[in-house]
Design a protein around this ligand. Structure first.
Ligand SMILES: Cc1ncc(COP(=O)(O)O)c(C=O)c1O
Length: 398
């Protein structure tokens, strides 16, 4: 089938890369040991700190997010250490598997894949750990598989309440630069991110923001490490360099994307994501379909996961939408495969892209014969532009 116009990439990452960023990448590769590179890297590190809301160190790895998961562990922990993790969905499951495969003992608190980490559970598990056997609490902030955002400030409070010294290690791969995350204020020790979601650049970079406590833990952490080791990175980064060949053109992209985030202003970025998520949920409710996240306080601002009615394969719906409307939606992952489709509404995104996305879904539901009510798109438009509302300057619509 021939498609015209632009493909709609509405998976919850990788996300659409702005033209400005694509143009910034399309440059000759420069000497990664020369002064132009040092300036680029220094600007990137300066631009990243406000996005993580930290005044501390930020590390950039040439890797996917999974690499940064492993890097966080080997830099702060030792073989056989006990850690506390929570079953929020597919990504918490993968992180647990990685942690166990490299030698951590994981206490994995079961969950139903429809809600986030329970702060009460954090407090009670830590309070019961009188000998402080747990060395880290590891949390997926935004579970991309389910569209559920765990309440980090409450989790931090629960850890404080239990007076437990465990490190707090957070996967912010599908939340950073889209959902508020305050590395310093919320006492996070390692915040992990990837390039391909809220940061609006292609896959290939991952990140750590690191607390002073994490740096202290690094000194006694016994896991073998070389490529991931913070120390040579931090040392070289001080002068704007890397201990190995960095992905120069992804850093050109990142500098431009950070500039865009700064121009919009982080509070506006967060507000925009919340507003689009709310409109997406209005559509889902009007279709009379079920949202996977069952806790309104934990609705994700970047991803809405939706159940198809029983007996109606979500992958068939996605296939019909791809073939007919050239739009990619996120698949249901592991135990949600075939039962769920996921709408990514994050990164480089606006009202009309959301309206187009929801139109593609509504037409797809019809073509696929999935039982639903009409009017989802209209409900979203009402949410974005309530009738009777007098037009305001565009900026205030955000
Ligand atoms: C929350 C979360 N954690 C981890 C990952 C894994 O990252 P990557 O695929 O970049 O290795 C993803 C990827 O989508 C994710 O959404």
């Amino acid at each position: 089938m021939i498609h015209t116009g632009r493909h709609f990439l509405q998976i919850p990452g990788p996300t659409n890369v702005p033209d400005r960023v694509l143009r910034a990448m399309a440059q000759p590769v420069i000497d990664h040991r020369g002064p132009e590179f040092a300036k680029l890297a220094t600007e990137v590190f300066e631009g990243l700190r406000p996005v993580f809301q930290t005044s501390g160190a930020v590390i950039v790895y040439p890797s996917s997010g999974t690499g940064a998961w492993e890097a966080a562990i080997v830099n702060t922990l030792s073989p056989g250490d006990r850690v506390l993790m929570f079953e929020t969905g597919h990504f918490s499951q993968l992180w647990r598997q990685l942690a166990e495969s490299i030698g951590l003992q994981v206490e994995y608190v079961p969950g139903n894949w429809r809600s986030g980490v329970s702060p009460t559970e954090v407090e009670s598990r830590l309070a019961a750990d009188k000998n402080h056997a747990f060395k880290a609490v590891m949390v997926v902030h935004n579970e991309t598989a389910t569209g559920v955002t765990s309440r980090l400030p409450e989790i931090r409070r629960a850890m404080n309440q239990a007076r437990h010294p465990a490190l707090l290690i957070v996967d912010a791969i599908s939340s950073l630069a889209s959902i508020d995350l305050r590395h310093d204020e919320w006492g996070i020790d390692v915040t992990i991110c990837g390039s391909q979601k809220g940061l609006m650049i292609p896959p290939g970079l991952s990140f750590h923001a690191i607390s002073e406590r994490a740096l202290a833990a690094n000194k006694s952490a016994k896991f073998p490490r070389s490529y991931w080791d913070w120390q040579p990175m931090l040392q070289q980064n001080r002068t704007g360099f890397f201990p190995y060949t960095p992905p120069t053109n992804l850093l050109f992209a990142l500098r431009e994307a950070l500039q865009m985030l700064q121009e919009e202003g982080l509070p506006n970025v967060f507000r925009r994501h919340r507003r689009h998520a709310e409109a997406a949920r209005a559509a889902v409710r009007a279709w009379d379909l079920e949202i996977v996240c069952e806790e309104p306080l934990e609705y994700s601002a970047t991803t809405t996961a939706v159940f198809t009615p029983q007996g109606h394969d979500a992958d068939r719906l996605r296939k019909i939408i791809l073939e007919n409307f050239d739009m990619s939606l996120g698949a249901g992952l592991s135990k949600l495969a075939g039962k769920v489709f996921r709408i990514g509404h994050l990164g480089h995104f606006n009202d009309l892209m959301l309206a187009g996305t929801l139109s593609g879904i509504e037409m797809g539901l019809r073509l696929a014969g999935v039982p639903h009510k009409d009017g989802g798109v209209m409900a979203a438009l009402d949410s974005l532009a309530p009738s009777g509302r007098v037009a305001e300057p565009a900026a205030s619509l955000k």
